[in-house]
Design a protein around this ligand. Sequence first.
Ligand SMILES: NC(=O)NCCC(=O)O
Length: 408
Amino acid sequence: MEKTISENGETVADGSIRGYDSLHQLLSANLKPELYQEVSRMLLGSNCGKSLEKIVLPESANTLSLKHDFDLQALSFSADKEQMRKPRVVRVALIQNSIALPTTAPFSDQKRGIFDKLKPMIDAAGFSGVNILCLQEAWTMPFAFCTREKKWCEFAEPVDGESTKFLQEYAKKYNMVIVNPILERDIDHGEVLWNTAVIIGNNGNIIGKHRKNHIPRVGDFNESTYYMEGDTGHPVFETVFGKIAVNICYGRHHPLNWLAFGLNGAEIVFNPSATVGELSEPMWPIEARNAAIANSYFVGSINRVGTEVFPNAFTSGDGKPQHNDFGHFYGSSHFSAPDASCTPSLSRYKDGLMISDMDLNLCRQYKDKWGFRMTARYEVYADLLASYIKPDFKPQVVSDPMLHKNSS
Ligand SMILES: NC(=O)NCCC(=O)O
C-alpha cells in the first residue's frame, strides 16, 4: 500500500478505496457470493444472459503484469449466433498509467520514462493477440494543463512524431491497430497545438487523426489555454478489425458528440481521458455505458492514474486556495457494450491493461432489438437544432396563464 493522502476531507490510502483496488473488488470482498452475484448482475449487466467470461491469457502476459506490477484483466463479450453472418470477434485493449518521473525532471527524461513503463504493457497486449489498443489522453506527458504555464507545450509533437514512430514499431510487430492520443503540434499551420488521437494501422501506417471536439472549462481543467476545439468532425476509421472512433475525454459529457460517431458508423468508440475523483467519478461509469446503449456500439473508457504534483502552485478562479496538484486521477478503465453490460474497472491507482474480446455483430443485433436508430426522430431534432442556432430563436415554452396573472 502507498502513502496516505487526504481526499474529500477523508484519509484514504493513496488512490485505493480504503485499501481496495476498485469498487468491484470492494464489493466482491465484502458481500456473500450470492449477494455479490445479484449486485454484479445489476451493476455490470449481463451479456447473452450471463456474466462476462474471463479470458485465459498466455503465461507471458501474466508474467509481465506481475514483474511490472500492472493490473491485468481480460473478459469476453459474446453475441448471438447468426445464420447469415459469421461472428466478428476482435480483441481490444486499453492501457492506463501514471507518469514515470516527477514533473520537475527534465522533459525528455519524463517522456522517455513513460515510454519505458508502457513497453511491457504493450508487449503483454501483443503477446495476448490484441487487435486494437488505445492509450490514455496525452499519454506522453504529465497532465499539466491545470497550470496554464506554456513551458509544457514542449511536449507537443507532430502527428508523425516521436510517440507515433515508437508505436508504429509495435503496430507492425504485433499486427495491431494503435490509437495514440497526444498533444499535437501542427507544423504546417503555424505550429498551433491540438489535443489529438492518431490512428496507426496494423501495418504501422498512419490512417488518420481526430482532434478533441469539446474543450473543458471546469475546475482546474484549463485546457482552453493550450488548444482550441477540434476541426476534424467525427471521423470513423475503417480498420481491418472494425470501424473505430475516438471521443476524447470531456467530449463524453456531450451526447451529440457520441451520436455523431454513431451516425458515421462506429462500432467501437474509445474515450481516452484524464479526470479526477472529486470532479467526475460518479459520472464515469454512467456516461460511457449510456453512450454504448444509445448508439449500439462498444465504448472503451480510459483514465490515467496517480496524483501529479507541479512545481508552481496554481488557482482556477474558484476561490479555492492555491494548490500544486489536480487531485487523484482514478484510473478505472473499462469497456461498455451495446447490451448494457460492462466489464469491471481496472484499478483506481495502479497502471493497468484491460483486454476484451467483443463480437461486433452485437452492435447490429441491438439496433434490430431496440430500434433506437429507427425510432430516433432525427428530423424533429434537426429542425429544433437548426432553429436553436439562429439568433432569433425562442424556446418553445407554454406558460400557465395563471402564472402571469399571479405575478402581475
Ligand atoms: N481532459 C479532460 O477533458 N478533462 C475534463 C474533466 C472531465 O471531463 O472529467
